[in-house]
Design a protein around this ligand. Structure first.
Ligand SMILES: Cc1cc2nc3c(=O)[nH]c(=O)nc-3n(C[C@H](O)[C@H](O)[C@H](O)COP(=O)(O)OP(=O)(O)OC[C@H]3O[C@@H](n4cnc5c(N)ncnc54)[C@H](O)[C@@H]3O)c2cc1C
Length: 401
């Protein structure tokens, strides 16, 4: 048995031992605050068991293992439905960026350990009302004041901001240069005077994204994580930092087996839906597509095992998996007929077709919209010419609104 397989089995045994307290069944019906509290207890237990910061250096409170061990653990953990989602962004991007760019290492180490134990949560304040796919179009201003900075403006779609202690933020420090060149990157205290967080309710009923307003929020220059005007580079590093996270060919929705079961239970024209040619062909197409995605993941894992860096084909994963999850969920709802109107906003997305369907559109936008991923595939895999960029090189304050 390979070392990785031994690691997987040990991790699985630990996850099984805590699933009764933290897993999907234990969480059923939890209100968000109760679930978050359970999440914090789970994160502390995960840290105590040695499954936190798996690929981070031991001197920063991590386990000093490789990326493969991390993905292996995440893939196992996903199957149990543990309450770790609240901490995904915090540990996925802001904390690694702090480890890399914040010079006060003692301060960072304390933050890392508190974040790993779920005691503190960090958010990523990038998107704004008019800057998402085109991040460099952001408008939130950072003006120098004394030895520090003053922030004014708005961020949007900030996941979990209402529960966050800190965040990383990109702001426009110079509007007179080209849009990519006038940005600076900072960390902020989410409890500082002048920070206001307002949750936004999504179609599925939950409010995990927020509007965040900054009114004269003061920062010391020690909060700066990039050179002045060098924020775009650090922002790109943030987005690339964990390119290979555990993926799911079901697009983080229900497994195909659940669809097959549904098609056996439901009658269409007096016969089980599973006997209908169109339903059978949807199942076959999904089966083939999910196997192809699993093959791409297996190849990426093998490349990492061989010390190589997998390429941009990761863009294919999210694009194809979430899109097909949405279509399959739609077909499931069509088969269910009026039963599809029963909507339970606490239902689990991996086992409920209504929840999967209504939340699928956010999955097609967050972390790179379909069109952005298509551009990425066109330019980086197929080598097609770059997308049209009419504002390239023009000073930001001269770009027509
Ligand atoms: C659930 C959820 C959680 C999120 N969490 C965070 C978070 O924690 N922090 C954060 O900073 N942001 C977060 N976001 C924001 C997310 O990153 C943006 O929504 C995303 O980048 C798209 O930006 P936008 O919403 O401004 O849409 P736009 O960029 O305005 O896009 C609108 C539409 O135009 C298309 N489009 C844009 N540019 C092109 C182009 N060049 N060619 C072709 N089509 C194009 C897009 O694909 C899309 O269909 C979250 C979003 C969601 C839905």
């Amino acid at each position: 048995m390979s070392d990785l397989e031994t690691y997987r089995q040990k991790a699985r045994t630990w996850l099984e031992s805590v699933a009764g307290e933290f897993g999907r069944e234990a969480r059923r019906g939890n209100k968000v605050e109760e679930d978050l509290a359970a999440g914090r207890r789970y994160m502390a237990a995960r840290h105590d068991a040695g499954y936190a910061g798996i690929n981070w250096p031991t001197e920063m409170g991590g386990q000093g293992l490789g990326h493969l061990e991390k993905i292996t653990f995440e893939a196992e953990e996903m199957q149990f439905g543990m309450p770790s989602g609240y901490f995904g962004i915090s540990l996925g991007m802001p904390i690694p960026i702090m480890m890399r760019y914040c010079e006060d290492k003692a301060f960072v180490k304390e933050r890392v350990i508190k974040a790993l134990r779920g005691e503190e949560i960090w958010c990523q304040l990038f998107s704004e009302p008019s800057a998402g796919s085109d991040l460099a179009a952001l408008r939130l201003r950072a003006e120098q004041e004394g030895n520090g900075w003053k922030l004014n403006g708005q961020k949007l779609w900030t996941s979990w901001a209402q529960y966050c202690d800190y965040g990383v933020i990109v702001a426009r420090s110079d509007p007179t240069v080209a849009k990519h060149k006038g940005l600076t990157y900072f960390w902020v205290d989410m409890r500082a005077p002048g920070v206001t967080v307002r949750p936004v309710k999504l179609a599925g009923g939950d409010s995990h994204v927020n509007e965040v307003f900054f009114d004269d929020v003061k920062l010391d220059d020690s909060h700066r994580l990039s050179p002045i005007g060098g924020g775009f580079g650090v922002a790109m590093t943030t987005l690339m930092i964990e390119r290979y996270i555990a993926t799911d060919s079901a697009g983080f929705g229900p497994h195909l087996d659940l669809f097959v079961n549904l098609a056996k239970e439901i009658d269409v024209n007096g016969k089980p839906a599973i006997e209908d040619g169109r339903v059978r062909s949807a199942i076959a197409r999904n089966y083939a597509m999910r196997n192809a995605l699993d093959a791409i993941t297996a190849r990426a894992m093998k490349m990492m095992q061989a010390g190589m860096e997998p390429g941009p084909e990761g863009s294919l994963q999210k694009l194809v998996a979430v899109r097909s999850r949405q279509k399959l969920s739609e077909l499931a709802l069509d088969l269910m007929g009026t039963d599809a109107f029963h909507f339970d906003e606490h239902a689990y997305v991996k086992e409920n077709w209504q929840t999967s369907w209504i939340n699928a559109p956010t999955g097609r936008i967050a972390g790179g919209s379909d069109e952005t991923l298509l551009n990425n595939i066109a330019e980086r895999i197929l080598g097609l010419p770059q997308d049209h960029r009419p504002d390239k090189g023009i000073p930001f304050n001269q770009i027509p609104a």
